[in-house]
Design a protein around this ligand. Structure first.
Ligand SMILES: [Ca+2]
Ligand SMILES: [Ca+2]
Length: 91
């Protein structure tokens, strides 16, 4: 596989790993999303100063407001973070 294909496979595997915790593999519940952030994006959580900001971050993930984070919502988060990081790295 190419590097990009590998990156895509890792994204899918990461989502599936955390989404399966409550038996519903199709989406991340709030709790699963929080665990995923703690384990996979600790730097992002550290940047959030308090619980309210963490909640806002988790709420912001759920674009369609169904209280679950599905794969497309997860990918949008990763893409947004990647863009932010890419912009910062270029400067
Ligand atoms: Ca789930
Ligand atoms: Ca959702």
């Amino acid at each position: 596989m190419t590097q990009l294909e590998t990156a895509m496979a890792i994204l899918m595997k990461t989502f599936d790993t955390y989404a399966a915790a409550d038996g519903n593999k199709g989406s991340l519940s709030k709790g699963e999303a929080k665990t995923m952030l703690e384990k996979e994006l600790p730097g992002l959580l550290k940047a959030a100063k308090n619980q309210a900001e963490v909640d806002k971050l988790l709420g912001g993930l759920d674009f369609n407001g169904d209280s679950e984070v599905d794969f497309s919502e997860f990918v949008v988060l990763v893409a947004a973070l990647t863009c932010a990081c890419h912009g910062r790295c270029k400067k």
